[in-house]
Design a binder for this molecule. Structure first.
Ligand code: ZN
Length: 197
């Protein structure tokens, strides 16, 4: 089943979601929600989906960066973004336990801000603790695009959108991103937009 992805302005996207209990993780309803979120993410298509985006205020997200998405992209772009395939995974009650001071800045978008993108600066590496769909503790060390996806999805659970972190002058429609900015190094984008360093 495909769920409706709510768009910015919907109050659930601005509320902190609540943690799931171990009893809730074991419930068939939660398993069903995870399955629907997986289908909805793949159908969108997207590389991550957090429960608030489908109107559910729980600390739950799914992520997946599929090889077939990457094959469609320029290898130079993939290398610059440090983007590699990420297998499907479920993050329950995730928490960033450590983040690098070193940051990376790229255009990102969100299924709940459909049709737009902007430059967003995020930590290049993060460590995350969470539970998987069986309620087993997991520790994830991620860098590059994987780290960006994790930060973006965990932000959703705190009611934060990339809009709160973006470089406002870089905000663009997806169409104009493709037309003008997408294949340009970020340093050149910043220069063209009159942004410092
Ligand atoms: Zn998003």
């Amino acid at each position: 089943m495909r769920l409706k992805i709510v768009q910015t302005g919907e109050p659930v996207l601005r509320r902190a979601a609540r943690e799931l209990t171990s009893a809730e993780i074991a419930e068939p309803a939660t398993r069903g929600l995870i399955e629907w979120m997986r289908e909805t993410m793949r159908d969108a298509p997207g590389v991550g989906l957090a429960a608030p985006q489908v109107g559910v205020g729980l600390r739950l997200a799914v992520i997946e960066d599929r090889e077939d998405f990457l094959r469609a992209l320029d290898p130079a772009v993939l290398a610059e973004r440090e983007r590699e395939p990420v297998s499907f995974q479920v993050l329950i009650n995730p928490r960033i336990t450590s983040r690098s001071a070193e940051e990376a800045e790229f255009f990102e978008g969100c299924l709940s801000v459909a049709g737009y993108s902007a430059l967003v600066r995020r930590s290049r590496r993060v460590e995350v603790e969470c539970l998987d769909e069986e309620g087993r503790p997991r520790r994830i060390e991620a860098s590059g695009w994987y780290a960006r996806i994790l930060q973006h999805e965990i932000d959703h659970l705190d009611g934060t959108l990339y809009l709160d972190r973006m470089e406002p002058r870089s905000f663009t429609t997806t169409e104009n991103l493709t037309r003008h900015w997408g294949s340009m190094p970020v340093a050149s984008v910043r220069e063209a937009l009159g942004l410092k360093g």
